[in-house]
Design a protein around this ligand. Structure first.
Ligand SMILES: C[S@@+](CC[C@H](N)C(=O)[O-])C[C@H]1O[C@@H](n2cnc3c(N)ncnc32)[C@H](O)[C@@H]1O
Length: 410
């Protein structure tokens, strides 16, 4: 974590394991981490179905036009041995052939795709786990230090990863061959289960491009980001992640890097947390996801308040429900009390009303989080960027956290 060592320190946080804490006051919009993946793998089935999106199998940039018939009209290159992996440039192809799409990976995936393979009849989740295991065991071969980083992340096998390993391990180990790969760690069902557990708790999803017409945006790829993996979850996060997979220059090898930016100011010594999913989800859905996917019961301030609400009181999965719950005067009153007491609303019964109004994107089907653009020459920006749709808009609140009437709609 060299790049951030003056900003963040890793600490043991009671009940959460390791976490990251601010070493100095951090400003809204400040970039506190840039991270590159040690491992990336596709979120698609082993045999890709027709899709409206095609991605480079190395950098995961969207490739258009969006149909296989039109490949010849754009610079799409395919692996020299298989027609299944496509690349957006010669640079991506040659880099992939040396690492993520080594000849062993190519042959292993081909064998898993064989028509006789029982994997093809399995649900998408299982096929994607197989992709992850191939990528992880390949990492052990092509970059042993990165494989050790993966092993050092949080996660021990639970019943689900142990069961998945029992099923997948024989398939994965059947595609090993001493001449093709010689993993430094002995490949075992226990190691396979441990890898699946690390992946489950730590993988970040790179999402498909945003569209207002698509309420169910899918993941295009998953990545293991070794430094960002130490951020714990909070249902009212103080930082959020921005990626720019499709917007960087076409041969930019860092297009799968992401940054973590502060949503609002925090003092020194504060734990910096992300939300592991969009903040609009209601209490029961958040608790279920956090338990099933990450193995913990969330005890954050927002959950502690919402735990005492009856089901009828629960904020729905969108901001309209939130606004429907409060008539306009009530909403204004709460904002006034939030802003009078604490711009982050931390001591208020409805800390999230302030958060939703200021920091949640209101574009249809977005549910992204807004953070200011990075400060320039120490001057904070009043332009907010959405980390999902990329929309830029003027902050509707002033520096003291008071609502800026000039930006309010009638
Ligand atoms: C991506 S890791 C975060 C770093 C992790 N704490 C560590 O020690 O490496 C995710 C895991 O951290 C723990 N965690 C994250 N947020 C938490 C929270 N709010 N409360 C309790 N545990 C949490 C859970 O075990 C979760 O599965």
């Amino acid at each position: 974590m060299a790049a951030t060592s003056s900003l963040l320190r890793m600490e043991e946080i009671e009940g959460k394991g390791r976490g990251l804490v601010s070493l100095q006051p951090l400003r809204a919009g400040q970039i506190i981490l840039r991270d590159s993946p040690v491992l990336l793998y596709s979120a698609f089935p082993l045999i890709k179905q027709n899709s409206s999106y095609y991605y480079c199998d190395h950098c995961f940039r969207t490739m258009t036009p969006l149909s296989p018939q039109s490949y010849s009209s754009i610079s799409v290159l395919s692996c020299t041995s298989c027609a299944h992996n496509l690349f957006c440039s010669q640079k991506c192809l040659s880099t992939a052939l040396k690492a993520s799409h080594s000849s062993w990976v190519c042959q292993a995936l081909a064998r898993l795709r064989d028509s006789g393979s029982i994997l093809l009849g399995q649900p998408l989740e299982c096929q994607v786990q197989a992709r992850f295991l191939i990528a992880a065991y390949n990492l052990a071969f092509v970059s042993p230090p990165d494989f050790q980083i993966l092993l050092s992340l949080q996660g021990s096998p639970d019943a689900a990863s142990a069961a998945a390993a029992q099923f997948l391990h024989p398939l994965i180990s059947s595609v090993f061959s001493p001449t093709q790969i010689n993993p430094p760690n002995e490949c075992s069902v226990e190691l396979t289960a441990a890898l699946l557990a690390k992946d489950k708790l730590n993988a970040f999803g790179l999402m498909q491009p945003f569209s207002e017409d698509d309420a169910q945006r899918l993941v295009r790829a998953y990545g293991i980001y070794p430094n960002a993996s130490f951020f714990n979850h909070d249902c009212l996060p103080n930082a959020c992640r921005f990626d720019y997979v499709d917007t960087s220059a076409s041969d930019d090898e860092h297009n799968t890097d992401f940054i973590i930016r502060m949503i609002h100011d925090v003092p020194q010594g504060r734990e910096i947390c992300l939300s592991y999913f969009p903040v609009n989800e209601n209490y029961s859905s958040r608790q279920r996801r956090l338990l099933e996917d990450y193995g913990f019961n969330c005890n954050c301030d927002r959950c502690n308040i919402e735990a005492s609400w009856s089901e009828n009181d629960e904020v729905g999965d969108n901001a309209e429900d939130e606004e429907e719950m409060m008539d306009e005067d009530q909403s204004e009153d709460m904002m006034a009390s939030d802003t009078n007491t604490n711009p982050q609303g931390e001591n208020n019964d409805f800390p999230h009303s302030y958060f939703f109004l200021r920091y949640m994107c209101d574009r249809k089907n977005c549910w992204g989080t807004l953070a200011p653009l990075p400060p320039k020459d120490g001057i904070p920006s009043n332009v907010m960027e959405c980390n999902v749709c990329g929309n830029l808009k003027k902050d509707g609140f002033d520096a003291d956290g008071e609502r800026d009437k000039s930006t309010m709609e009638d």
